[in-house]
Design a protein. Structure first.
Length: 563
């Protein structure tokens, strides 16, 4: 992909603007509060935009199963056995055509409130990504807002057979569903025959560790034989294409496709071709953890970008924890075999533990060098999760999620540090302490630097092979590379221990210089861009010999332009 680098802000509306303090564990929505779409106002959006953001991923906005009673719009409270937490999992979709009523001020106007938010985001020169959850849906799925003439999923199924290419679900005839959770006062949830569970569990007895609250969707593959029944086009394929069209027609600019690897690549090829014919600028991002599928899901599946969780995220986390060497970063891009530009990089999202939590780094500043790597290593998108920029810690249990270093996606809760920045809608950060203000600026500096320099959508050259003579203590905690386009070249150097390793020299080989616009010449203009400004003239022999002297501040990254 070419053009402006995509910089995504993952915003969880339920959490983002919830101003309730002193929350109750397992609290209801009335006790613990819930952010609203209307709370994401002009002031908040301008501030997000000023961080360098190009896209906002609105997470958890589709109507999903919940313990809250919305009978007035045809969605009573879900049975306690098929929800996780009281708010419920945002990935147990109850109506693909509806907005989560928790997020609206006037629940009968919830779609209008969503459209109004789309307009505000677009007016602030950003684009909108939402979740597309094609692999599974909630056990009490029932669409209130589906287009006229559209049947519900499973409405026309034959539940007497385990598999039929015409069915939306897989059934276990003769076996009632037995759930692992407590039934509560309502008694056990009834599902006869049982349907297969979302994480490919073809049993009537899913375990507590399974996605027991969800039902697996049938894309025409018989799991018993592996046979594919893709002709004629399965009903599930057509339904999912219509859902993508529905949201795209409202002005949604892209989709983060949940657990894309659990859905056959043939479906993605089918739906990507059609939705991009209808909406050529739509982007599709796959949550994909199987690296063996990367090439197929890009070249055949039609995805624009893929999660880089099992590669860069896992490596950076181990480097930050001191369990891996920064030299392992070279292995990450090498293993991708040229697919770097398709990878979406991040250090936090709703599934991962907070950097500042005791379960990860325990110090939000330790994430800044890693974020510089995520942002600058390739031309693909980079993502930041709401609260990351102010050092959200996710302290203590809030309900179903427990105390695990994650801000719960299942419970009605809030982000205490983010509340200080939000400041009841002023979004001015005046309640943040000085260190938090510096941390937010550090993130903003990285993201804006990437956005304002075209080199980050151009070429890449890893310099570590040429700097192997550095002592191990330094070599295992720094990473250096070039980024360049047709006009200029940047030297990026990162220190994962900026307090201890705050100065060093980086050598640039002649082979690398030949690839850049500067080429091979006698003298070079070297302009320090970050963390300090300055300019010097260096000879070719200095660049290839002793190298360029690099200085770091506490952020742990430095950028120099070479001309």
């Amino acid at each position: 992909m070419t053009g402006e680098k995509i910089i995504i802000y993952q915003l969880f509306p339920r959490l983002f603007a919830n101003t309730k303090k002193f929350l109750k564990t397992w609290g209801t929505v009335s006790e613990n509060g819930c952010g609203k779409l209307s709370d994401i106002g002009e002031t908040a959006l301008r501030s997000i935009r000023e961080m360098g953001i190009t896209h906002i991923w609105l997470t958890g906005i589709i109507n999903h199963s919940t313990a809250t009673d919305y009978s007035s719009i045809g969605h009573p409270a879900s049975h306690p056995q098929i929800i996780k937490g009281l708010a419920g999992s945002p990935y147990a979709i109850r109506d693909y055509y509806d907005i989560d009523p928790d997020l609206s001020i006037n629940i009968k106007e919830r779609l209008k409130e969503f459209r109004d938010l789309l307009v505000r985001i677009h007016n602030n020169d950003m684009k909108v990504i939402i979740d597309f959850v094609p692999n599974h849906l909630s056990r009490d799925y029932h669409s209130v807002l589906k287009p006229e003439g559209t049947p519900d999923f499973g409405e026309n199924d034959d539940p007497s057979v385990f598999f039929s290419p015409d069915n939306n679900f897989y059934y276990l005839p003769g076996h009632p569903l037995k759930l692992p959770s407590e039934p509560g006062a309502a008694g056990p949830f009834s599902e006869i025959p049982a349907k297969a569970t979302g994480n490919d569990v073809f049993s009537a007895n899913p375990s507590i560790n399974d996605w027991y609250e969800t039902v697996k969707l049938n894309y025409g593959i018989n799991p018993e034989t592996g046979e594919k029944h893709f002709t004629p086009i399965p009903d599930t394929w057509i339904r999912m294409y219509e859902i993508l069209k529905y949201w795209s027609s409202m002005g949604v600019d892209g989709f983060r496709c949940d657990m894309a690897g659990m859905v056959p690549v043939e479906f993605w090829s089918y739906v990507a071709e059609r939705i991009k014919e209808d909406y050529p600028n739509i982007i599709l991002i796959a949550e994909l953890y199987e690296s063996s599928k990367y090439e197929e899901y890009i070249l055949k599946g039609g995805f624009d970008y893929l999660y880089d969780k099992v590669g860069l995220y896992d490596t950076l986390r181990s480097i930050i924890a001191g369990n891996k060497s920064s030299s392992d970063l070279s292995k990450v891009w090498q293993k991708l075999g040229g697919l770097d530009k398709y990878m979406l990089r991040f250090l936090e999202n709703h599934d991962e533990q907070r950097i500042a939590s005791v379960f990860f780094a325990g110090d939000p500043w330790k994430g800044i060098p890693g974020m510089a790597v995520c942002s600058m290593l390739n031309s693909g998108p980079v993502m930041i999760y709401n609260g990351q920029e102010v050092g959200e810690k996710a302290p203590g249990p809030t309900g179903f999620s427990g105390d695990d270093g994650r801000t719960s996606i299942f419970d009605y809760c809030s982000m205490p540090e983010m509340q200080k920045w939000f400041n009841n809608g002023y979004c001015d950060g005046v309640l943040l302490d000085p260190d938090q203000k510096s941390l937010r600026k550090a993130y903003s500096d990285i993201l804006n630097f990437c956005r304002s320099n075209n080199e980050f959508t151009g070429g890449f050259y890893d310099l570590m092979w040429q700097n192997q003579d550095l002592n191990d203590e330094i070599k295992n905690r720094i990473y250096a590379f070039l980024r360049y386009d047709n006009n200029s070249c940047l030297l990026i150097t990162i220190s994962f221990k900026p307090k201890e390793i705050n100065k060093l020299n980086i050598r640039i080989p002649g082979h690398a210089l030949k690839l850049t616009p500067a080429g091979i010449k006698e003298r070079y203009s070297v302009k320090m861009l970050y963390p300090d400004a300055g300019e010097a003239t260096l000879m070719l022999s200095q660049l290839t010999g002793r190298g360029i002297e690099i200085h770091f501040n506490r952020t742990g990254w430095a950028a120099i332009r070479i001309e």
